[in-house]
Write a protein that binds this ligand. Structure first.
Ligand code: ZN
Length: 157
């Protein structure tokens, strides 16, 4: 009889032992409708402040009136910023809430699209909400970002 791989054993012998993980307990779930004219990321951060949420994962969709998208240059280890002053669909948006230097930070990525259906995407630093719908799931355990030497980014765990 052939041995069946034990999933627990496989998990315990990760090929890349530097991978970090933790088990989390989801505590609360929220649906938000963002306010027209507000900043997309700031609205999520202010909601987290209001509800005392130190860690969360969210997904969202909607439309924005403009957007500032960042791209992290892995060689220079600097963000490059590009601004779009045009209406865009938020075809998809995903992010998480964590502690960055003592403040709640909504790390937000988005795929935005133009009237033609052409998309642009990246780290969404800022965008003026036209309409936004967010599903947010909060966790009991806080996420705290710290400097990560190999990437020069502030990462959690
Ligand atoms: Zn990012």
């Amino acid at each position: 009889m052939r041995a069946v791989p034990n999933p627990v054993f496989l998990f315990a012998s990760l090929k890349w032992p530097g991978m970090q993980y933790r088990e989390v307990d989801a505590t609360r779930e929220f649906l938000l409708r963002l306010e027209t004219g507000a900043d997309w990321r700031t609205e999520i951060e202010e909601f987290a402040d209001l509800k005392g949420i130190d860690a969360a994962w969210f997904q969202a969709m909607g439309a924005v009136q403009d957007a500032e998208v960042w791209f992290y240059d892995q060689d220079d280890k600097e963000y490059q910023s590009v601004r779009f002053d045009e209406p865009l669909e938020v075809a998809a948006c995903v992010g998480n809430v964590s502690d960055l230097d003592g403040d709640r930070f909504a790390h937000t990525h988005a795929v935005l699209s133009r009237p033609s259906g052409q998309s642009l995407a990246g780290h969404l630093n800022a965008a003026t909400v036209f309409a936004g719908e967010v599903y947010l799931r909060a966790f009991e355990e806080p996420l705290v970002r710290e400097h990560h030497e190999p990437t020069d980014l502030d990462l959690w765990l």
